[in-house]
Design a protein around this ligand. Structure first.
Ligand SMILES: Nc1ncnc2c1ncn2[C@@H]1O[C@H](COP(=O)(O)OP(=O)(O)OP(=O)(O)O)[C@@H](O)[C@H]1O
Ligand SMILES: [Mg+2]
Length: 244
């Protein structure tokens, strides 16, 4: 479904993503892990067009999407959530998701009230319908993470990119968030590429892990095998806490 070939991105002299290749198959949950500063978010930004690659290519469902504009990539069926939630602060939860419905892949002749109905459905799905009239800036972190998910789903993606969906959540919230992501996979048939530091969660959720360190892919495979790799263990022990 997604095929990344030898992508590289530098910021000045720093190679944030260095010659990385891997694929994501339809229906999978692939975990993208690695210590702080490994290049995970940069890689996601390359996939959704926020940054342009210096070299290499990205193919999605057989189409070359390398360096397309973010809105075109979204219309092709890829959406994402942010590590630090990026709500429209001054909009209500419902309006924020309505913006996503309108800017995603629209149904023909969709009116604003149709878009609002769709948005309500996604808010309901993530458990935020009761907060539909709350301004986004007044939501809790858990609610903001759910709003991010609702907004991403509202553009009708086939591939969902998650950037640290669990960060800052307590164990009870993280468990609810994981159930929600599984339901999204089941209900909307989305394939998921998921950056996550909370190892307990990603070990449980992912079919496969890809590990980055200093911008390079150092391992890829089933979670148990990857976590037994000495280089991966060292990457984490030598860096920061895996659960920060
Ligand atoms: N826009 C930018 N300009 C300059 N340097 C950047 C930019 N974005 C990222 N970097 C640098 O690229 C490297 C990779 O950063 P990135 O945010 O991709 O890491 P990450 O793996 O997502 O880390 P974390 O787990 O802390 O979120 C870091 O050294 C970071 O400082
Ligand atoms: Mg990051």
């Amino acid at each position: 479904m997604l095929k990344i070939d030898n992508i590289t991105k530098s910021f000045g002299g720093l190679r944030a993503v260095n010659d990385v290749s891997f694929s994501v198959n339809q229906g999978e949950i692939v975990g993208l892990i690695g210590p702080n500063g490994a290049g995970k978010t940069t890689l996601l930004n390359l996939l959704c067009g926020i940054y342009k690659v210096d070299s290499g290519s990205v193919r999605f469902e057989g189409n070359d999407i390398t360096n397309l504009a973010p809105n075109r990539i979204c219309h092709m069926g890829i959406s994402r959530t942010y590590q630090i939630p990026q709500p429209f602060d001054a909009l209500t939860a419902l309006s924020g998701v309505t913006v996503a419905v309108i800017n995603g892949k629209k149904r023909e002749n969709m009116t604003l009230s149709d878009a609002g109905l769709d948005a309500s459905y996604f808010l309901e799905f993530v458990g935020l319908f009761a907060k539909r009239d709350t301004l986004s800036r007044d939501l809790t972190l858990y609610e903001l993470r759910m709003l991010e998910l609702a907004r991403a789903l509202a553009t009708s993606p086939r591939l969902l990119l998650l950037d640290e969906a669990m960060a800052g959540l307590n164990p009870g919230e993280a468990s609810k968030a994981l159930d929600m992501i599984w339901s999204a996979q089941e209900q909307f048939g989305v394939t998921i590429l998921w950056i996550e530091h909370v190892m307990k969660v990603i070990m449980k959720a992912a079919n496969r892990l890809v590990v980055l360190q200093y911008g390079e892919k150092i391992d890829e495979g089933p979670p148990e095998a990857v976590m037994a790799n000495e280089q991966v263990i060292q990457a984490y022990l030598g860096g920061s806490d895996v659960n920060d």
